[in-house]
Design a protein. Structure first.
Length: 148
């Protein structure tokens, strides 16, 4: 009878051990699932961080390029304003000159003006050729067409 009690206790003990082992196996399975999900999340996070860094570099390049192009546009605008001012001053000077056929200064002034117009046309051609297609360039295209 004491042998039966010992056997019964042993069976209960083995049953408890089996239940604990099963619970441990189940917990390890759940832990492995979470480990796999965590590993996948870490990989995804690393990939997204890499994508963000790539996009930041691209944005920096675009911003630098945009800054450079804006500087070029500002320079072109200043040059055009200067050329227009000089052109109007020259035209005013021509209007004020005598139209004496023997006056060589008129012809030389006219030749200087013609050369200046060629410079303006060349400048506008250069500006239009290096700038991207854009609605803001319509003024350059219009000027280019006027001088062609």
């Amino acid at each position: 009878s004491s042998q039966k009690v010992v056997n019964l206790n042993l069976e209960q003990y083995h049953k408890i051990i089996q239940q604990k082992q099963q619970a441990l196996t189940d917990a390890e399975g759940i832990l492995n699932i979470y480990k796999a999900e965590l590993k996948e999340s870490v990989f995804t996070l690393k990939q997204r961080n890499a994508d963000v860094k790539t996009l930041e570099k691209q944005l920096e390049i675009v911003q630098t390029d945009l800054y450079r192009k804006n500087k070029e546009l500002d320079s072109a605008r200043e040059k055009i304003v200067s050329l227009e001012k000089e052109l109007y001053e020259t035209l005013e000077n021509l209007k004020n000159k005598k139209t004496d056929p023997n006056d060589d200064s008129f012809d030389s002034e006219l030749e200087r003006l013609r050369l200046k117009l060629q410079d303006i046309k060349s400048f506008i051609d250069d500006q239009v050729s290096v700038l991207p297609e854009n609605k803001s360039l319509n003024g350059f295209k219009l000027l280019k067409n006027v001088y062609n």
